[in-house]
Write a protein that binds this ligand. Structure first.
Ligand code: HPA
Ligand code: ZN
Length: 358
């Protein structure tokens, strides 16, 4: 449709994409071969080893959210579909060398971002999921940085890195990784919080976020959709995280739409934005439920940046697919989508001169 062409062509900004979540079946298979390791599409040791690229592709289509686990209660362990986190962290296992990190990031920049006209992106990475396998900071940051430079030189795509702490790992590990990251501080624009939110509220990581804020970094945290404490967590992130003032953004946080006071805190009181990844939420709520929440935020004037999160594990749905879904759910015109893109630029942590150019 003509509309789709408009969305396909406009220059885009993406502020919530995990580089590890862009690992395609093809690249996963290639890196596994190169490193001489097998591929299981789950961290669950009972899951089957996959024997061909076709099997890997097929398994990617089978990723479920933990909320859907009860539907599979009668399956034997070897037949269980992987949950999102099982799939995502098992994917990390093929990332070993500097070349692997380079290939991963360049695949996103060159084959996805460039073809969808992404002009600027802020990309999350999860060091704790790599140092645990013995990957060095030098290889991880070296590979990411060279891909970033090549993306800018060859495709004109500008980008920044946001380092995430894994919330199901300890505060002391987060602090240790924060200290180690300071050798690469010029490569990092801000810090985020991801992984499994159940029983891991953002307040547990107050120390490391307060330190990051004092050191001049931007801060954000995931408030995943449908978590049991989601309203409490959104409130904490927006009002308090990072030394008492609250974060500079909320990642996801869609449930803020449920409570006028929360929408108001984010929109009026703080004026911060939220990154919204609609495709990810389809595993947790109906289309109609999501459309209503999205419309509440749009009418409230909340700053939103539609993004893809972990597209390889979310039905191969990249920023374009997420924008088209949001456009449909929000009944947005082409002009509305364009305005949203301008808001995304405003929400970004790009250096002033880059922002002025977007
Ligand atoms: N939520 C939490 N952790 C994650 C996500 C997410 O959406 N994507 C990658 N790690
Ligand atoms: Zn995310």
């Amino acid at each position: 449709a003509a509309n789709d062409e408009f969305v396909a062509k406009i220059p885009k900004v993406e502020l919530h994409v995990h580089i590890e979540g862009t690992l395609s079946p093809e690249l996963r298979w290639k890196l596994a071969r190169r490193n001489g390791i097998g591929v299981r599409l789950s961290t669950n040791k009972e899951s089957k080893e996959l024997q061909s690229l076709e099997e890997v592709e097929w398994a990617y289509g089978d990723v479920i959210s933990s909320a859907q686990l009860p539907l599979y209660a009668d399956r034997p362990p070897s037949e269980m579909p992987p949950t999102f986190f099982e799939a995502y962290y098992s994917g990390c296992e093929v990332l070993r060398t500097k070349q692997d990190f380079f290939d991963l990031a360049l695949d996103y920049f060159a084959n996805r971002a460039a073809s969808m006209n992404v002009r600027y992106c802020e990309v999350f990475f999860d060091p704790q999921s790599h140092t645990s396998r013995g990957v060095s900071w030098e290889d991880m940051m070296g590979g990411l940085s060279e891909a970033q430079q090549k993306a800018e030189a060859e495709y004109g795509i500008k980008s920044e890195w946001i380092m995430c702490f894994l919330r199901d790992v300890s505060l002391s590990s987060a602090l240790e990784h924060y200290r180690e990251a300071m050798s690469y501080r010029d490569m990092i624009v801000g810090f985020g919080l991801d992984s499994n939110e159940t029983n891991h509220p953002p307040s547990l990581f107050e120390d490391v976020f307060a330190r990051a804020r004092r050191d001049g970094f931007r801060i954000t945290a995931h408030c995943d959709v449908g978590q049991k404490d989601t309203h409490k967590n959104i409130h904490y992130v927006a009002s308090t995280l990072g030394g008492g003032a609250g974060a500079d953004r909320v990642d996801h946080g869609l449930n803020a739409a449920d409570i006028p006071e929360l929408t108001n805190l984010i929109t009026q009181k703080r004026g911060i934005g939220m990154t919204i990844c609609p495709w990810a939420y389809l595993r947790r709520m109906t289309y109609q439920e999501m459309a209503i929440k999205l419309q509440v935020l749009i009418s409230a004037g909340t700053k939103l940046c539609i993004s893809s999160d972990s597209p390889a594990y979310m039905d191969d749905s990249w920023i374009l697919h997420n924008l088209l879904l949001a456009k449909q759910m929000g009944n947005l015109s082409d002009g509305d989508v364009l305005s949203m893109m301008k808001v995304s630029v405003e929400m970004s942590w790009a250096p002033r001169e880059v922002k002025a150019d977007l």
